[in-house]
Ligand binder design. Structure first.
Ligand SMILES: N[C@@H](CCC(=O)N[C@@H](CS)C(=O)NCC(=O)O)C(=O)O
Length: 204
């Protein structure tokens, strides 16, 4: 299987962490692809008209995207039913936690594009303020309400751990640990997992 994209993208990293957690790490060949919000990458758009990473090309040459679908595909191929539990109550709790982690990552990537890529003078302060609020509210919710779900290894805890690492890498001024000791402890614990150390941001 080929996974397009590198760990600078939190969504690529979520997929890779999942691959390692379900025992498929060695089956993945990573193909680094340059992506820019203002320029289509022809290799990627040939696989996915959305043109974003990650895209997974299966051994049968099917393109699978986006990261959530890739993650589900990997669990399916591995026959893993713990990362996305079958049981109804647990399943939707975990999937909601995943949406929260992915939502933080989406907001953080968009914030990064706005602050680092958009030309000076064209930046939209109200949007930036709203996005900061969105991220901080999500982090507060994680601190207050998600401790039990974060204690397990599942697609939700993977998404949250990777999103927090992305904040550390790109948006240090968020200082997300301040006032959030539970979340900080979760991140420290989760970051020690093999799946995380093998997919450190910026390393191929
Ligand atoms: N919902 C998508 C988001 C993927 C995404 O935003 N990828 C970014 C990199 S972090 C990208 O490819 N950006 C290029 C672009 O905006 O054209 C997923 O979960 O896979």
């Amino acid at each position: 299987m080929k996974l397009y994209g590198d760990t600078l993208s939190p969504f690529v990293r979520m997929a890779l962490v999942t691959a390692h957690e379900v025992g498929l790490g060695a089956r993945i060949t990573q193909v680094g692809e340059l992506v820019k919000p203002t320029e289509a990458n022809p290799k990627l758009t040939a696989l996915s008209p959305i043109g974003k990473v990650p895209v997974l090309e299966t051994d049968h040459a099917h393109a699978v995207y986006d990261s959530r679908v890739i993650i589900e595909y990997l669990c399916h191929v591995a026959g893993n039913s713990t990362l996305i539990p079958d049981d109804g109550v647990k399943r939707f709790r975990v999937l909601t936690l995943q949406a929260l982690g992915q939502g933080i990552a989406e907001a953080a990537v968009a914030y990064r594009y706005e602050t680092a890529a958009r030309p000076q003078g064209l930046q939209w302060t109200d949007w930036m303020n709203r996005t900061r609020l969105r991220i901080n509210a999500s982090l507060d919710e994680l601190e207050a309400k998600w401790r039990a779900c974060l204690a397990d290894v599942n697609v939700g805890s993977i998404a949250v751990a990777v999103a927090l690492s992305y904040l550390d890498f790109r948006l240090t001024d968020f200082a997300w640990r301040n006032g959030r000791p539970q979340l900080a402890a979760f991140h420290q614990r989760f970051s020690a997992r093999d799946s995380m150390t093998k997919t450190v941001i910026g390393k191929p």
